[in-house]
Write a protein that binds this ligand. Structure first.
Ligand SMILES: NC(=O)c1ccc[n+]([C@@H]2O[C@H](COP(=O)([O-])OP(=O)(O)OC[C@H]3O[C@@H](n4cnc5c(N)ncnc54)[C@H](O)[C@@H]3O)[C@@H](O)[C@H]2O)c1
Length: 371
């Protein structure tokens, strides 16, 4: 198979899908890999590194897209990339389609096979979302701590406090991978931490990890309203896999927060989980907006800020399935690795992932009928 690795062009996206080590794996198995020039530069990999690993480096994105049977990238294609879509092209990347009706329409109309990292599922686990969630959770608290400082528009609170002065109160909504990583950093920085989830088992597990260093609370409207009011930093990390995020933090709740408090909405890539961030993602260039005195951070590609760490973590997790698709073709790969089946969001002009079909009003096509 011919694999194309374009340079990411989303704002401040500095990751690349594929390390030279991963290229080497594809080439070793007899595949051809085209990498766009400078695609890996900001992750620490030069064109020479890719050539040594066996890739061919091409000067422009159009050639990479045109030659490839499978485009292997990081972020969902943006509008200027839609022109490259064609029937049966495989796009293996993060897609977040429930939050992106125009992209879904393009992929369906042009009969692209869209395999989304974030919906590949083993049991309840999302193994290709996990490495970036580990990064985003850690970054969320780091960024939140920065925006709590006065020069950044925050209320002027130090997360860890000092002897004789209380630490900041960090509220983490959702105790999954992002939530656990955020909790780890918040606890490590000495904040007072409250974690909410609807999954009581998850609350038990996170309670066992951090023992008496955190409080856990069942997530419902009443409890969210109570803790948000008192929070210095809220990190929202909820996910209902594949679906658009629900807005659990209402505008009325935000109005009760002290001016200069910060909300980091990590769930923005699934559409946003607060009334004010929903449909209003920010970028690394312009990461926050202030409304009702509260600082809102809603960057949809948080790991893009730490590409040297994030690229390796992503490539480690995704290459294995990329190699399987290249070797077997996407249909056989789905039969051999059933966890790939929910990853296929669009194929042959259909939406083949039920949550996306439901949220965007498409007829759902069971992938089994196409395999
Ligand atoms: N912005 C970014 O750059 C970035 C990067 C990585 C991940 N993410 C996003 O972060 C989100 C979380 O990812 P994850 O890997 O932690 O997912 P996860 O499935 O591990 O965790 C999500 C948690 O949310 C909980 N939840 C669901 N409904 C809830 C509710 N009503 N109240 C409280 N908790 C609820 C679930 O029980 C689960 O524990 C996803 O939307 C993911 O796409 C964003």
């Amino acid at each position: 198979m011919v694999i194309g690795v374009p340079k990411e062009i989303k704002d401040q996206e500095r990751r690349v899908s594929c390390t030279p080590a991963a290229v080497n794996q594809f080439v070793h198995e007899g595949h051809t890999v085209y990498v766009e020039t400078n695609a890996g530069l900001e992750s620490g990999f030069t064109d020479e590194d890719y050539k040594e690993a066996g890739a061919e480096v091409l000067d422009n994105a159009a050639d990479v897209w045109a030659k490839a049977d499978m485009i292997y990238k990081v972020k969902e294609p943006i509008e200027s990339e839609y022109q490259y879509f064609r029937e049966d092209l495989i796009i293996y990347t993060y897609l977040h389609l429930a939050a992106d009706a125009p992209l879904t329409k393009e992929m369906v109309d042009k009969k692209v096979v869209g395999i989304a990292f974030e919906t590949v599922q083993v049991g309840r686990a999302l193994p290709l979302l996990k490495p970036m969630s580990e990064v985003a959770g850690r970054m969320a608290v780091q960024e939140g701590a920065k925006f709590l400082t006065k020069p950044q528009g925050g209320k002027g609170v130090l997360l860890q406090g000092v002897p004789g002065v209380a630490p900041a109160h960090v509220v983490v909504l959702g105790a999954g991978v992002v939530g656990t990583a955020a909790t780890r950093i918040a606890v490590g920085m000495g904040a007072r931490v409250t974690v909410l989830d609807v999954n009581i088992d998850r609350l038990g597990e996170i309670g066992d990890i951090f023992l008496d260093k955190i409080e856990t609370l069942y997530s419902n409207n009443f409890n969210i309203a109570n803790v948000v009011k008192d929070a210095d930093l809220v990190v929202s990390t909820i996910l209902i896999p594949g679906h658009k995020a629900p807005q659990l933090i209402s505008e009325d709740m935000i109005k009760t927060m002290e001016p200069g408090s910060v909300i980091v909405d990590v769930a923005i890539d699934q559409g946003g989980s607060t009334d004010l961030t929903a449909g209003r993602p920010t970028t690394h260039t312009d990461p926050v907006f202030v409304e009702h005195g509260v600082v809102h951070y809603a960057v949809a590609n948080i790991p893009g800020a730490v590409p040297k760490t994030a690229t390796q973590a992503l490539s480690n997790a995704t290459t294995r399935y990329g190699v399987a698709i290249a070797k077997l073709g996407w249909k056989e790969a789905c039969k051999r690795y059933p966890e790939l089946v929910p990853g296929v969001n669009t194929a042959e002009g259909f939406v083949t992932y039920q949550p996306v079909a439901e949220d965007l009003g498409y007829d759902y096509k069971d992938l089994a009928e196409l395999l």
